[in-house]
Structures are given as structure tokens and as C-alpha cells.
Design a protein around this ligand. Structure first.
Ligand SMILES: Nc1ncnc2c1ncn2[C@@H]1O[C@H](COP(=O)(O)OP(=O)(O)OP(=O)(O)O)[C@@H](O)[C@H]1O
Length: 364
């Protein structure tokens, strides 16, 4: 059976005055999918979410929800649930009244409202909190109420705009897990907005990376992290060393000059033409320190260790790479003694986690 499309955007263009906030965005979200819009502040994530919700109108393009054209449909008829960053609970209503609001507006019978509100509160683990007022709840509890209020109407799509960004780190992590479990249990199509790449990678089925009103890449977290197709994505998602290189030639692999060394990399990782100067992106965990021998072409001198708890980042100067400084990630503290400051190490690059773009195309 073909997968159903829950949300479809076709050529969405949005201007604010002379400024273009969204540049012809097209996107299909499958039923039951958890999709995250990820990008830096001002890239257009919230604008896109507000267009799906119906709070804003597009200047051009069409939006379909569950196969219906909704471009002209007001928010309350789109059957979507929304959770904002700042809770936006009704302050003068109890938890039960807040959660039941959407059902009362739809004229649902009282007995059914009571039952569905109780179910929704159980889902977000807030049984027993029904008579409290929002001011009597913690930030995390308020956000659970907001989630219950959004889910109780059984929305076709759940939209969340940075819902956990006001929470402290530990609470944010546990809320992320909880949301993901609830979403999986209900199978509700979800669009989540964040500027936090860790949040996007850990929760999503697919991530839509945006910058300056454009979609830069759409893919699974693994594809976005391992095979970025755009220099913005390579620089924004995860840590990367950006090193100067040149695309020498291509046979069954791409031959890339990096300082005195030539790397052979899969051709599909090189987004440039033969002869181009390159910005080579290398993840710190994909560069290894190796003892020097007669064949070592690329070496670095250790200049610093940065202890990060579960790993150590070793920083090195690489004279043959235009004096570039790079860092590699080691899991054990043994690297502190094996590669002390001042030591000279050979650098070995794994294919996985390396990609390159024409140097003049890089924006990150
Ligand atoms: N009502 C508005 N009037 C004018 N410009 C706006 C309006 N809303 C958004 N913009 C502009 O549109 C662009 C996209 O804004 P948007 O809020 O969608 O970004 P964002 O990616 O959600 O950022 P943040 O993470 O900071 O919320 C920005 O340049 C912003 O200044």
C-alpha cells in the first residue's frame, strides 16, 4: 500500500515586506512521521510552522493536509494540535479546563470530554493534577498540559515550536524521550521546530535542515550527519574540521589532495568538479592519530587536550595544511599520555564522515 502523505507543501513562498522569509519550499510529510525543521534563528522555521497551522498566509504555493487543500482554511478547521515554546496555557483555567478547551469548542458531549481529558492527562503522566491552575505547575508540567491539550482533539498533525527550549537540560532530555514515546504510541504525524541539532537528530524520522529561507537538505538523521549534501549542513550539524584541499582527479574514486597526502574518497562525497579548490569537512571522530612511519604524509603537532567527560578532544596544528588547526575525538583518557602536548602524530582519515564542497560554495 502506498504511504499516505499527511502534509504536503508545494512551492511555498512567504514575504514580509521586501524580505523573503521562505523561498519556494516544497515538502511531503508522511502519515505518522516525526519530522523536524532544524536551522539557525531567523531561517524561517516558525514561519513555515505558522503557515501549516494557518496563522499566516503564503504569498504563493499550496498546502495540503490529509489530501485536502487548506491554503484558505482557517486554523480551527485544520484539525491540528499546536504546542508553543512559552506554554500558552489559559492562566485562569484549571488543567482539566485547559485540556478540554478544544473539545468544548467542538461541542463534544461532556461525558466524552471528561473521559478524553482523563486519558490525555494519563498519557502525559499528569493524573491527579487536573484541578491545579497553570501557575501551580512547574515549567515541565505546564508543557505536558500543553501537549495533552494539543493531543486531546486527536489532531491530524501535531505541530511543536521549540517546546522544550525553556526547560533545563535534564528535563529537556527526559521530555524529548517522553514526547517520542507518546508520538510513537499514537502514531500522530508530528512537525517539530528546533535550532538544537542534538534534539533534531535524536528525535526525528527525518530532518529538514533550513537556512535563510531555503531547505538545504531533507533526510534521516543518519544521512544528514554522515552524508551532508550542502556545506551549510556539513557545518551546522555536528562538529567538523574544515580543511583546504583540491580535487585532483577521478577514477573509480575521487583523488583529493590534502596537504602532502592524497585521499581516495567515494565520488559521491565530493560536491565539486575536478580541479576545484575544496573545503574538506572531516568529523573529529573520523580522524585517527597514528604513530609515524616512513609512509606518513600528513602529520600534526598536539597543542591542546580538552577533557569533555566521556571523551577527550585533541587539538593539533597541521603545518602542511595552510597551518590549519584541527581536532580529533578520542574516547579514552589514555590519549592524554599517548599523545601529550608537543607530540607529533600521523593523521589517518576514515572515508565515513568526510565530504567536500567547492571552496567558493561554502557558506559555513
Ligand atoms: N511578522 C513578521 N514581520 C516581519 N518579518 C518577520 C515576521 N515574522 C518573521 N519575520 C522574519 O522572517 C524571517 C524568518 O523568521 P522565523 O521566525 O520564521 O525564523 P525562525 O527560524 O523560526 O527563527 P527563531 O528560531 O529565532 O524563531 C526572519 O528574518 C524574521 O525576522
Amino acid at each position: 500500500m502506498p504511504e499516505r502523505v499527511a502534509v504536503q507543501l508545494d512551492g511555498i513562498l512567504k514575504r514580509f515586506g521586501d524580505a523573503i522569509a521562505l523561498q519556494k519550499i516544497s515538502l511531503k510529510i508522511r502519515e505518522g512521521e516525526f519530522v523536524t525543521l532544524l536551522g539557525p534563528s531567523g531561517c524561517g522555521k516558525t514561519t513555515l510552522l505558522n503557515l501549516m497551522a494557518g496563522f499566516l498566509e503564503a504569498d504563493n504555493g499550496e498546502i495540503f493536509i490529509d489530501g485536502q487543500l487548506v491554503t484558505e482554511t482557517p486554523p480551527y478547521q485544520r484539525e491540528i494540535g499546536i504546542v508553543f515554546q512559552n506554554y500558552a496555557l489559559f492562566p485562569h483555567m484549571s488543567v482539566v479546563k485547559n485540556v478540554g478547551y478544544g473539545l468544548r469548542m467542538r461541542g463534544t458531549p461532556k461525558a466524552e470530554i471528561d473521559e478524553r481529558v482523563a486519558q490525555a492527562l494519563a498519557l502525559v503522566k499528569l493524573e491527579g493534577f487536573g484541578e491545579r491552575m497553570p501557575r501551580e505547575l512547574s515549567g515541565g508540567q505546564q508543557q505536558r498540559v500543553a501537549l495533552a491539550r494539543a493531543l486531546v482533539i486527536r489532531p491530524k498533525v501535531l505541530l511543536l515550536d521549540e517546546p522544550f527550549s525553556a526547560l533545563d537540560k535534564n528535563l529537556r532530555l527526559s521530555m524529548q524521550l517522553e514526547l517520542k514515546e507518546i508520538q510513537r504510541k499514537l502514531g500522530v504525524t508530528t512537525v517539530f521546530v528546533t535550532h538544537d541539532q542534538g534534539e533534531a537528530l535524536s528525535m526525528s524520522d527525518r530532518v529538514v535542515v533550513m537556512s535563510a529561507g531555503h531547505v538545504r537538505q531533507i533526510g534521516t538523521p543518519d544521512a544528514i550527519y554522515r552524508s551532508p549534501e550542502d556545506p551549510f549542513v556539513a557545518g551546522f550539524v555536528g562538529d567538523a574540521n574544515v580543511l583546504p584541499g583540491r580535487y585532483l582527479s577521478r577514477d573509480d574514486a575521487a583523488n583529493i589532495e590534502l596537504g602532502d597526502a592524497t585521499l581516495r574518497l567515494p565520488v559521491d562525497r565530493i560536491h565539486a568538479s575536478v580541479g576545484a579548490r575544496l573545503a574538506v569537512y572531516a568529523r573529529p571522530e573520523n580522524i585517527h592519530l597514528v604513530p609515524l612511519d616512513g609512509d606518513t604524509l600528513l602529520t600534526g603537532t598536539v597543542v591542546n587536550h580538552v577533557f569533555q567527560g566521556d571523551h577527550v578532544d585533541v587539538h593539533l596544528d597541521v603545518p602542511s595544511l595552510d597551518q590549519a588547526r584541527l581536532f580529533v575525538r578520542r574516547s579514552g583518557v589514555e590519549s592524554l599520555t599517548r599523545w601529550p602536548v608537543g607530540a607529533v602524530a600521523g593523521l589517518a582519515f576514515e572515508d565515513d564522515g568526510i565530504c567536500a564542497f567547492a571552496a567558493d560554495a561554502t557558506s559555513a
